[in-house]
Ligand binder design. Sequence first.
Ligand SMILES: Nc1ncnc2c1ncn2[C@@H]1O[C@H](COP(=O)(O)OP(=O)(O)OP(=O)(O)O)[C@@H](O)[C@H]1O
Ligand SMILES: [Mg+2]
Length: 257
Amino acid sequence: MTRPSALTAADVGVRPEPDAGAGIDAHLIGLTAPDTAEFEQYLVLRQAIERAHAASGLSVLGVTSATTDDGKTTTAINLAAALARNPLARVLLVDADLRVPSVAAQLGGGEWERPGLAELLSDPAVAMADAVRRRPAFNLSVLTAGQLNGANPYELFQSARFGAMVADARAAYDYVVIDTPPVVPVPDCRLIEAGVDGFLIVVAAHRTPRRLLAEALSILGPEKSLGLVFNRADRPFRGYYNAYYGYGPTARRRASR
Ligand SMILES: Nc1ncnc2c1ncn2[C@@H]1O[C@H](COP(=O)(O)OP(=O)(O)OP(=O)(O)O)[C@@H](O)[C@H]1O
Ligand SMILES: [Mg+2]
């Protein structure tokens, strides 16, 4: 990363959102408790991603999981926060779970001023700078899901505007962290896959069914499966948040056990 400033092209002219900590979900320790031992696991994940960024240009990351409630959104926000702890890093967090969005709610205050990703993908009059919101206290830029207004998410992700949005984001940011719907019950990740360099696949310890994890890995394919992030693991570290990061082959071996 060679950028002199955390201000991005996409942020120019964008009005910052208030940065009150109130309302931020307590599990988002990247924002509420970044100096804790628990958050260090996200810094380990950040380091692996920074190395892949330097080695192979990895920059657009999907965060997904096999099924619902595994911790995708929590992981996406905490990872984006970890990457954004580097003041020179330009980080965009995108809520691409257009069906059940929750980034805005978890960051406090519900869906912010429109537009969001849904409008950006459906309305040619909406530009990236209209939709991205800045959280200066966290060095984060955020693109919330917005409102579908009857649009179909599958069609939106299949449209050329999705590819254009990702290309714009890739050009303006060092890291784009995309929170997505679950892989198995919802078809959207099959389309989002075309835009991301790879997916981190969240596995909820003692919860995500192994069969569904194997199915998710099979749907995404080895090229786009960067590794597994274990959420809610109770060993070997103390606290809630434990992440384990492994590259594709490791992830696939683990899934087939
Ligand atoms: N490590 C954790 N420890 C305790 N609670 C957690 C942890 N990770 C997530 N949660 C909580 O579990 C719930 C589901 O988490 P989250 O919204 O991140 O999951 P998700 O996979 O994005 O869900 P969905 O499939 O609905 O999008 C939230 O209330 C969140 O605060
Ligand atoms: Mg979610």
